[in-house]
Design a protein around this ligand. Structure first.
Ligand SMILES: NC(=O)C1=CN([C@@H]2O[C@H](COP(=O)(O)OP(=O)(O)OC[C@H]3O[C@@H](n4cnc5c(N)ncnc54)[C@H](O)[C@@H]3O)[C@@H](O)[C@H]2O)[C@@H](O)CC1
Ligand SMILES: [K+]
Length: 514
C-alpha cells in the first residue's frame, strides 16, 4: 500500500473532484458517511455522551458532517468549534450551516482556556481539529486544549490524523499532539504513524478507502510503501511440483563463536525453516558438536580457529553468504570476514558483528557485492551512518548510504523499514515480544534463505521482514509477548507462510514447526 505525503493527498483530493465531477463538499460528505458507518457499527446506538471538537478547516468540516449524521441517528452529540481564526474553509462553512438543519443548537465556540468543557471518563471524544493541513506547531490555548484532551480519560477517536501531528515531517519534542485511542485515516496511512517519535499518537488505526482518484493514486510516486499482507502475498513464489532441493539454493552461514554458538544455530535454523534447499554452517571448530546436535538438517564446515572463526576457505560454490551473527570482532575474525566478503560475487546478508566490523573497517564496504542486505539495529546503524536528529534524517541518511554503496538496509525497529536507494518499505507485522535476544539472527537467516531461493534482494528483504514479524505475531498468540524467544519465532515461519493465504476463519489454527 502506498504511503503518500500530505501534499500528495491534497492533490489526490483535487484530482478526485475534477475526474469524478463532484464538489469538494460531496467528497467531504462521502468521507463523513464512511466514518459515521464505522462509528455506528461500534457504538451501536449507545447513549454515550459524544463530544466532537472541530477545527475551522476541512478536518473540522469532516467533524461537523460526522456530527450531523450522529445527531440524525439519535446520538447525544455536543459540538465544539475551535474559533482560532476567521479563515474558515468553504466546506467547513457549508457543514456549519447544515448542522442547524438537524439540531437547534449552534456548535459551542471555544476561544480560550476558560471555554473548555468538562469531560468525564464516560465521554466519547471525536478529534476533528486538525488533519493533514497542519503546517506549524499548535500553540497558545489550542495547544492547551490538546494537552487538556490528553489529560482526560475519555476514549478519543481522531479523524484522519491526531490533531497536531504532521503527516511526514519532523516534530520538536514539546509539540502538542493529541493522543488518540483510535484513528480513522483516509485513503493511505501517513509516514508519521510508523515512526518511533510519533507512532504512538494514533492508538490503533484504520485506513478508510474514500475512493480517491485511482489514476492519481496509481501514478503517484509514494514516499514509502507499507508491506501489508496483500503485498506479501504478491511476493510469495509457490514451488514447482517437479523441483528438487537444488532449486532452492544453498545458504552458507558464517556465524558463531565461543559462548555465542546460539546465534549461529538460530541463523542457520531460520534459513532451513524458511525453505532453503541446503544450509551449511561455517563455524569455529569447538562449535561443531553444538551445531550438529542442534540442527541435524544443517551441514557444518569448521574454521581452523577453535573458539572464533579465524580464516575462510570458501567451502561451497554459489551459496548465499549470511555473515556476522555472534562472530565477535577479533582481529583474525575481521580478516576472515574481509576475505569471505571479497570472494562473493552475488548479494549477501550482513548482520550484527559483521556490521560492527564494517563500521570499524569502512574500506571493506566497497567489497560488498551490489544489492547485498545489511540488517542493523539502531546502535549498529549509528556506527555506519552517524547520529541523526530524528526519524526523517535517519531515513535520509540511510537512503544516502544505500545509494552510495549499492546496498539494501533493513532498519530494525517496531516498524522495520527496508531502504533500497530512495525506496522505503515499511513493515506492518511484529510486536514488542520480538525485542528479544537472537530475534535478529533469525531474521538474517530468513533473508538469506529467500535470497537462496531466488527471490530478488529487495523482495527477499521486505518479504522476510514481513514473515519474521508475522511469525512473532502468530507465536505471541500462544506464548504472549513475554514468552516469545527467537527459536519460537523461527518455529512459526511455516505457519506465517500458511497464514498468508488463510481465510480469517482458519487463522486460529496456526501451529509451530517442531
Ligand atoms: N476535499 C478535501 O480537500 C478533503 C479534505 N478532507 C479533510 O481535510 C483535511 C485537510 O483539511 P485542510 O487542508 O483544510 O486542513 P486542516 O483542517 O487540517 O487544517 C485547517 C487549517 O488550519 C490552519 N493551520 C495549520 N496549522 C495550524 C496551527 N498550528 N494552528 C492554527 N491553525 C493552523 C491551516 O491554515 C489549515 O488550512 C484532511 O485531513 C481531511 O480530514 C476530507 O474531507 C477529504 C476531502
Ligand atoms: K484530527
Amino acid at each position: 500500500m502506498k504511503i503518500l505525503s500530505a501534499q500528495q493527498l491534497a492533490e489526490a483530493d483535487l484530482s478526485t473532484i475534477n475526474k469524478q465531477q463532484i464538489s469538494s463538499n460531496d467528497l467531504m460528505e462521502r468521507v463523513a458517511t464512511l466514518v459515521f458507518e464505522r462509528l455506528h457499527q461500534r457504538l451501536n446506538g449507545s447513549p454515550v455522551p459524544v463530544k466532537i471538537f472541530c477545527g475551522i478547516g476541512n478536518n473540522g468540516g469532516d467533524g461537523l458532517a460526522i456530527a450531523r449524521h450522529m445527531i440524525q441517528h439519535g446520538y447525544h452529540v455536543k459540538v465544539y468549534v475551535t474559533n482560532c481564526s476567521k479563515k474558515r474553509s468553504p466546506d467547513f462553512l457549508v457543514n456549519y450551516d447544515r448542522i442547524k438543519d438537524v439540531t437547534n443548537e449552534w456548535p459551542v465556540l471555544l476561544s480560550c482556556k476558560e471555554d473548555f468543557p468538562e469531560i468525564t471518563p464516560q465521554d466519547f471524544i471525536i478529534d476533528a481539529i486538525f488533519g493533514t493541513g497542519i503546517n506549524r506547531p499548535v500553540d497558545g490555548w489550542m495547544a492547551d486544549l490538546i494537552v487538556y484532551l490528553n489529560s482526560v480519560k475519555a476514549f478519543k477517536v481522531a479523524i484522519d490524523m491526531p490533531s497536531g501531528l504532521y503527516a511526514n515531517t519532523a516534530h520538536k519534542t514539546d509539540d502538542a499532539i493529541l493522543q488518540a485511542d483510535h484513528t480513522f485515516t483516509f485513503q493511505t496511512p501517513k509516514l508519521s504513524f510508523f515512526l518511533p517519535e510519533t507512532g504512538q499518537y494514533t492508538g490503533t488505526f484504520e485506513v478508510i478507502n474514500i475512493g480517491l482518484d485511482p489514476e492519481y493514486l496509481m501514478a503517484a510516486a509514494p514516499i514509502a510503501q507499507l508491506i501489508t499482507r496483500e503485498a506479501a502475498q504478491n511476493m510469495y513464489q509457490p514451488r514447482e511440483k517437479f523441483s528438487y532441493k537444488g532449486d532452492y539454493g544453498h545458504v552458507l552461514t558464517f556465524a558463531g563463536s565461543k559462548g555465542k554458538m546460539g546465534a549461529a544455530v538460530l541463523c542457520a535454523g531460520a534459513a532451513i525453516n524458511a525453505g532453503a534447499g541446503k544450509v551449511t554452517a561455517y563455524i569455529p571448530e569447538d562449535g561443531n558438536f553444538i551445531m550438529q546436535s542442534s540442527l541435524p538438517e544443517v551441514m557444518t564446515v569448521e574454521s581452523e580457529g577453535e573458539e572464533y572463526i579465524t580464516d575462510f576457505k570458501n567451502p561451497i560454490e554459489n551459496a548465499v553468504l549470511c555473515i556476522g551473527p555472534g562472530i565477535g570482532v577479533k582481529k583474525y575474525t575481521c580478516s576472515a570476514f574481509a576475505k569471505a566478503v571479497k570472494e562473493q560475487s552475488t548479494p549477501i546478508v550482513i548482520d550484527a558483528d559483521g556490521i560492527q566490523i564494517l563500521a570499524k573497517h569502512p574500506e571493506l564496504i566497497k567489497d560488498i557485492p551490489k544489492d547485498s542486505i545489511l540488517t542493523p539495529h539502531d546502535g549498529e546503524l549509528k556506527k555506519l551512518i552517524g547520529e541523526w536528529d530524528n526519524s526523517y534524517t535517519r531515513l535520509e541518511k540511510a537512503q544516502e548510504f544505500s545509494k552510495k554503496n549499492n546496498v539494501i538496509l533493513v532498519l530494525k525497529g517496531a516498524h522495520t523499514i527496508t531502504v533500497a536507494g530512495s525506496g522505503q518499505y515499511v513493515n506492518s507485522t511484529g510486536n514488542p515480544g520480538m525485542a528479544t535476544a537472537g530475534s535478529g539472527d533469525v531474521l538474517s537467516g530468513i533473508i538469506a534463505s529467500f535470497l537462496a531461493q531466488g527471490y530478488d534482494p529487495l523482495t527477499a528483504a521486505a518479504f522476510s521482514v514481513y514473515l519474521h514479524g508475522a511469525s512473532g505475531d502468530l507465536a505471541s498468540q500462544t506464548y504472549a509477548h513475554e514468552g516469545l524467544k527467537a527459536s519460537i519465532i523461527s518455529n512459526f515461519i511455516g505457519s506465517s507462510i500458511l497464514q498468508l493465504f488463510r481465510n480469517p476463519a482458519q487463522e486460529q489454527q496456526a501451529q509451530p514447526q517442531s
